[in-house]
Ligand binder design. Structure first.
Ligand code: ATR
Length: 277
């Protein structure tokens, strides 16, 4: 392999669409580079990363289950990745690893590109879930000036921890999970986001009552398999604007590509079609 070596560290990684995305851009911009899958178990993470460095990699993305471990393995981690509590992109320069988090950008840019007139400041956001993806979503919403976030998660203690460690905890309120509180909160919501894995192919469906959903609320699901989740279909049927989840995956890849190759790539319809096939 010659050129700029990059890849994805995770376990498992074989299902990933990232090689398709980065490979498309490397070809499109006529660059000399590669993006490979680097399957590392938790036990083999540190030695695997040393090998990646020794092989002269320019950087790598990180996926489940290593995003939190990289906080300690990097030589420096920027404030954004610290605020999210996870590193998903590493750049290597003179043997030093710098970590950042591009999931926040991916989430926000997806909404901005698909729904350009959406005003984050216009009202509260209801966020379902409190896992890794929810942390990036909440950080992004706070950065965009959302006035209030109403957070609901099955494991309520995880929602509490997310709130305590968020950059503006006073703007976030926890709702119950089984109490129907999320269904009530959507009546005033400007945005409803599902960050749980519910609704994904093979997973249970997301139970939320949309009967009082604010008719102008934007509904977004970060689940992208299937692309049109049951939540999005129900919201669309009611006439609400919707944004699918595939764009978050596509847009989070852009700043990483830019850091490694010096070109900020575009998300084209052709790329979106390739990835959703
Ligand atoms: P990710 O990094 O994609 O966010 P994660 O950290 O494993 O993945 O988080 C998954 C989210 O989906 C969590 O909010 C999880 O709720 P818990 O914190 O209670 O585990 C939620 N989730 C997954 N399966 C669920 C289920 N069957 N019912 C309700 N929530 C579920």
């Amino acid at each position: 392999m010659t050129g700029t070596k990059t890849g994805l560290v995770g376990h498992p990684v074989s299902h990933s669409k990232s090689p398709l995305i980065h490979g498309y851009w490397i070809r499109k911009y006529g660059l000399n580079g590669s993006y490979s899958l680097l399957d590392l178990s938790c036990e083999g993470l540190q030695s695997g990363i040393e090998k990646i460095k020794a092989e002269g990699f320019r950087g790598f993305n990180i996926t489940v289950p290593h995003k939190v471990a990289l906080l300690d393995l990097c030589d420096e981690v920027n404030a954004l990745a610290r605020a999210v509590g996870a590193v998903n992109t590493v750049t290597i320069e003179n043997g030093r690893m710098s970590g950042t988090n591009t999931d926040v950008f991916g989430f926000i840019e997806n909404i901005k590109s698909k729904s350009p007139t959406f005003d984050f400041k216009a009202g509260p956001a209801v966020v379902l879930g409190a896992g890794g993806a929810a942390r990036a979503v909440v950080q992004g919403l706070l950065m965009e000036g959302v006035p209030e976030i109403l957070l609901s998660n099955r494991t309520e203690s995880k929602a509490d921890t997310l709130i305590e460690t968020a950059s503006e905890p006073n703007k976030i309120k926890r709702l119950g999970w089984n109490s129907g509180e999320a269904g009530e909160a959507v009546s005033t919501a400007n945005l409803l986001v599902n960050t749980t894995s519910l609704g994904m192919t093979g997973k249970p469906k997301l139970e939320i009552d949309l009967s009082s959903l604010n008719p102008r609320a934007l509904v977004h699901d970060i689940v992208y398999a299937p692309l049109m989740t049951e939540l999005l279909l129900r919201a669309q049927e009611r006439g609400n604007p919707i944004v699918t989840g595939i764009g978050m995956l596509l847009h989070q890849a852009r700043p990483a590509f830019s850091l490694w190759h010096g070109v900020m790539p575009d998300v084209t319809d052709e790329l979106e079609a390739m990835v959703t096939q």
